[in-house]
Ligand binder design. Sequence first.
Ligand code: SF4
Length: 305
Amino acid sequence: MEIILAKTAGFCFGVKRAVDQVYEQLKQKKPIYTYGPIIHNEEVVKDLIDKGVAIIETEEELAALRNGVVIIRSHGVPERIITLLKENGLEYIDMTCPFVKRIHEIVSRESVHSHIVIIGNPGHPEVEGIRGWSKTPAAVIATKEEACLYDPEEYQCQNGVIPDKTGQNHPVEQSGKKSSPICIVSQTTFNYNKFQELIEIFMKKGYDINIMNTICDATRKRQAEAREIASDADIMIVVGDTQSSNSRKLYEICRQECTRTYFVQTSRDLELKVDDTVRKIGITAGASTPNNIIEEVQNYVRSIF
Ligand code: SF4
């Protein structure tokens, strides 16, 4: 019996940097807040709450805050949140991952003369953050159908407002973007193969497009390694929080290669049914899964043989 633990399993650079910063700030003896949970991992978030960190869930709560240190997580935030923090004179530490920050800069710059398309999951905090740096409404595309239906005309100025797919109308100062090019960026954790499929659809439509592959290399390597291990494993285990988008994507990838793929948050969720046909078990974990949880799962798997 062989147990293979992915080399790329666990905290990525951006997540580690943000989580370490929160623990560091706790030494300051000031009220510490994170804008949203620092990562999508219940165990880590609970530990931080136990140590005194409070989570700000809404923009209204943030607007009402008068003191303390606000830490922005690796997913980043819309530009208006940074403006609000500055206007209210609040101390804040921006732990937006540099790879996400780069997308904010691209979107802010390119949206002056291009339509912005974000390949990613609508509603994901990173995507909402990216959207919030666009000077004009940005489209969010996650499926082939949406890519086929995308029409930059929908994002044109109509009588002083631009309608977007959420049904809201955004007042705009600028109009006449009919012949504007399209700048496409990606959520950092988007599946690379799916991104390529969607890009091909845009290319066939003959638009003037500027493609920025902003998928994080850490994600690409993690997904490629997970696929390789799962393709040769009898059982595959993905360790991650159900709220973690990159962990869910890892599960999808592994499930395509290995039908006996388990998705667990901790070793407590794991009920392995192992018979004589099982000779190889693979383990991988999302970017927000701490090492101690991965070790627990690994130890549990070893304990049943
Ligand atoms: S997955 Fe990549 S982009 Fe996202 S936080 Fe980690 S290092 Fe940064």
